[in-house]
Design a binder for this molecule. Structure first.
Ligand code: UDX
Length: 449
């Protein structure tokens, strides 16, 4: 089938590439000329495992094109996806200006019947607004061309985006017209072979499904962070508690890892946006508000542990101390630092007068872009280089390469011989046996050490 995709961010680029990979003829449209030119030459603006070779191969095979020409994209497609960003506006609601601008563009250039697919995460009711914007632009031209607006939210995870897209666990299609559902079923047929993954529903339910999924996952994380904070105080170990509850299939093993707080482009923004929608419709979202509040507090927790350690000794808090910081991205396998806990930690370290020596396997350029040059920040080329002259180590992102360091080397390198493990990737006993002090999240025993 012929497909046009507006927006070459995470969702648009991955979706377009995967659709091309299974044989569809895809044109990706973006307003950013430099990005479009780069993509045409195989320069991928984001780090996503497996994406680059797939973009290059499909581009070379002529199934994946990039353009800034919206009219050409719309003329090309039987289906057009809207996959542009929905950043939070000042009050936390999703800002729909980019989505609606694409809708108007579609209305201005539509020449043939079309299925318009909302892939961006958008508040309930957005499909109606998109429909109205297209209809208005068509009417201004005096045209009557039939079109459908379908909600087909994306559930891909950064770092696993290509795999998630190629092997979706569900394909949610929210539509009011069975013919539009049939078109999307045909489009997704290559991803839907051995069992039917399509879940059909009405448009508003599909829009809410996306928020419900993200809010549920965020809730699990905040819940575990809260229990971790309790564990820390009562002298229990959250890692043992996690083992103790995960085996119950009603709870499950996924998303019950306590840590430095959730970040990224989805959870913080979507929990907030859903809470805003709830309020707008007259419902007080107590639970969602708490999920967000717990997460905000959690992002400061790692620093609170650090402070507690340094306030106990002869030191003047963290002033003058140097911290090796391992991991800057909001999670492993991505260079994304949006709403990353590392950002809060660094700000708090700097406010306290400390110096940070940072290393992340992928996010160094992003960190340079965000922080620029400053005296209290040293960019390092490796995890061990970050330890040179450092007093303590803070692990903020659980990259695989940080999981089994040479603890002996850590002890020799770190002036104060202390490790703050924001992701509970180490065994306290192992670290302590090497002569280092250990702090984890929710590990009561380290509080009493
Ligand atoms: C998420 C959803 O998983 C995805 O389905 C949706 O489409 C977009 O949002 P993503 O933002 O890429 O994907 O990251 P995810 O892997 O879900 O992690 C989100 C955050 O939660 C990370 O900061 C991670 O460190 C944190 N997390 C996750 C925990 O703190 N504990 C856990 O147990 C799991």
């Amino acid at each position: 089938m012929r497909v046009a995709i507006f927006g070459t961010g995470y969702v648009g680029l991955v979706t377009g590439t995967c659709l091309a990979e299974v044989g569809h003829d895809v044109v990706c449209v973006d307003i950013d000329q430099a990005k479009v030119d780069g993509l045409g030459r195989g320069i991928i603006p984001i780090y996503e495992p497996g994406l680059e070779p797939m973009v290059k191969a499909n581009h070379a095979a002529g199934r994946l094109a990039f353009t800034t020409d919206a009219a050409a994209g719309i003329a090309h497609g039987q289906v057009v996806f809207i996959a542009v960003g929905t950043p939070p506006d000042e009050d936390g609601s999703a800002d729909l200006q980019y989505v609606l601008a694409v809708a108007r563009t579609i209305g201005r250039h539509l020449t043939q019947p079309m299925v318009v697919v909302n892939k961006s995460t958008v508040p309930v009711g957005t499909a109606d607004k998109v429909r109205a914007a297209i209809a208005e632009a068509l009417a201004a031209r005096g045209e009557e061309i039939t079109f459908d607006v379908v909600s087909n939210p994306e559930f891909l995870k950064e770092g696993d985006a290509v795999a998630d897209c190629m092997r979706p666990d569900r394909i949610v299609i929210g539509a009011s017209n069975p013919e539009a559902v049939a078109v999307l079923r045909r489009l997704y047929a290559p991803f839907n072979r051995n069992r039917d993954r399509v879940v059909e529903m009405d448009v508003r339910s599909a829009e809410l499904t996306k928020y419900a999924a993200n809010a549920m996952l965020a809730t699990k994380i905040s819940f575990m962070n809260e229990i971790a904070n309790i564990a820390e105080r009562v002298g229990a170990d959250i890692e043992q508690v996690r083992q103790g509850i995960g085996s119950d299939p009603r709870i499950g093993w996924h998303f019950i890892y306590p840590g430095a707080g959730y970040g990224g482009s989805c959870f913080p923004k979507d929990v907030q946006a859903l809470a805003r929608t709830a309020s707008q419709y007259g419902h007080q979202p107590h639970l969602l508000d708490a999920v967000e509040a717990v997460n905000n507090a959690q992002k400061g927790h790692l620093f609170a542990l650090i402070q507690r350690h340094y306030d106990r000794g002869e030191d003047e808090g963290v002033r003058g101390k140097t911290f090796a910081v391992w991991g800057l991205a909001f999670k492993p396998n991505t260079d994304d630092m949006r709403a990353a806990p590392s950002r809060r930690l660094l700000e708090q370290l700097w406010e306290g007068g400390a110096i940070a020596r940072v290393y992340d396997p992928e996010a160094m350029n992003e960190a340079r872009r965000i922080f620029g040059e400053r005296e209290d920040l040293v960019f390092c080329d490796s995890a061990y280089e970050a330890l040179d002259g450092a007093d303590a180590l803070v692990v903020v992102t659980e990259w695989k390469q940080f999981r089994s360091p040479d603890f002996e080397r850590l002890r020799k390198a770190l002036g104060d011989a202390v490790v703050f493990d924001g992701r509970n990737i180490y065994e306290p006993q192992e670290i302590e046996a090497a002569g280092l002090a250990y702090y984890g999240i929710g590990r009561g025993r380290s509080l009493h050490a």
